[in-house]
Design a protein around this ligand. Structure first.
Ligand code: ZN
Ligand code: ZN
Length: 355
């Protein structure tokens, strides 16, 4: 697997006409080498791969990677300069989105004879199609998170707070074997549901409210992302109406997924439907995003993205309606694009759950 990934990354050596590529995004480094530490640089040449890290991580790097020369460094720029000189790298491509202007200036000063070529998000784009091993990891993470959520649901009660829900969910995830939570969970009840990113507060859950819970786990570096909106006590007619519109938009978008379909068209299916029902002004965000080593990565499922779905992509579908002063509903699932449609990776049933 890693060999294929490195081979794909090496193709950029030619397209950018450089001798080596400096990889500074830790997720890209993990993707290419298997190294899970939190600080390193990777210098990918035509024949060799150098993983530069400090003494905290050298043993770990040697254990986790194969085919990399692990170089123990004290100071990044000096180490890079020494390596570029000994390997005769006259030109180095770098991840422009990941290198600050000041670091770039320092690299130029330290290595006046090296040509530095800015690259875009090409390396991250390699991660857009998941291989079998990645799909397995994502499926495992998503399943674990969904099951932990369903277990936690049994314990929800009015009079508890949003923070209680968040804490119980995190405890359930970790007890089930998650390495971490994927992000700070969103628990937004009642009117707070109108905030698409309402972090859990000390607000008490009340009967008659909807609660939007957006959560995810990390297992072996891979994230999950799922949102359920539940009702505390019997929902009223408007709550049921808004919920059903979002659910139908979600289902229609899932039905539209297949290789060759543009992401903007999938977004449009859900967006148009919500607009036809009169709530177009209340669905402001994109329909979804890729999930993998990062919780938010390519592809972007939005009205701006003209790229098409390809088999092996993993992304979310998460339409929502947010009404200021009333509340909101969002429903999110993670899917994996197959040869003729998609398969759900998340497992929480999306009919309105009443607790
Ligand atoms: Zn989410
Ligand atoms: Zn999401």
């Amino acid at each position: 697997m890693l060999k294929n990934r490195v081979a794909a990354a090496r193709e950029f050596l030619q397209s950018f006409a450089v001798d080596a590529i400096l990889v500074s995004d830790m997720k890209d480094i993990r993707y290419l080498t298997g190294f899970t530490g939190s600080e390193a640089l990777l210098l990918l040449g035509g024949a060799e791969i150098f993983l530069l890290t400090d003494s905290r991580y050298t043993t770990q790097a040697e254990t986790e990677t194969s085919g990399c020369a692990v170089v123990e460094i004290k100071e990044k720029k000096a180490a890079l300069a020494a390596l570029a000189a000994s390997e005769h790298f006259g030109s180095i491509g770098f991840q422009a989105e990941r290198v600050s202007v000041s670091l770039h200036n320092e690299l130029l000063q330290q290595m006046p004879d090296v040509r530095f070529a800015p690259m875009g998000a090409e390396l991250a784009s390699l991660r857009i199609i998941k291989d079998v091993q990645e799909i397995e990891c994502l499926a495992k993470t998503a399943k674990l998170a969904s099951e932990a959520f369903l277990g936690m649901l049994e314990t929800i009660e009015p009079a508890g707070t949003e923070k209680d829900v968040s804490l119980r969910l995190e405890f359930a995830l970790r007890t089930a074997g998650a390495d971490d939570k994927a992000f700070d969970f969103i628990v937004a009840s009642g009117q707070r549901g109108a905030l698409p990113h309402g972090r859990a507060t000390s607000k008490t859950l009340c009967r008659g409210e909807l609660v939007t819970i957006d959560f995810g786990a990390v297992v072996d570096g891979y994230n999950s992302d799922e949102t359920a909106t539940i009702a505390i006590g019997k929902p009223d007619a408007k709550q049921r109406e808004i919920y059903q519109i979002v659910k139908d938009a979600h289902d229609m978008a899932l039905d539209a997924i297949r290789p060759g379909v543009k992401f903007c068209d999938i977004d449009l299916v859900a967006r148009d439907y919500i607009a036809r029902k009169g709530y177009g002004d209340y669905f402001g965000h994109g329909l979804g995003h890729g999930v993998g080593l990062d919780v938010h990565e390519k592809p972007v499922v939005s009205f701006r993205n003209e790229d098409v779905v390809q088999e092996g992509m993993v992304f979310t579908i998460e339409p929502g309606i947010y009404l200021p002063g009333w509340g909101g509903v969002r429903i999110e699932d993670m899917v994996f694009a197959t040869a003729d449609g998609c398969r759900l990776l998340t497992h929480v049933p999306k009919d309105l759950t009443v607790v």
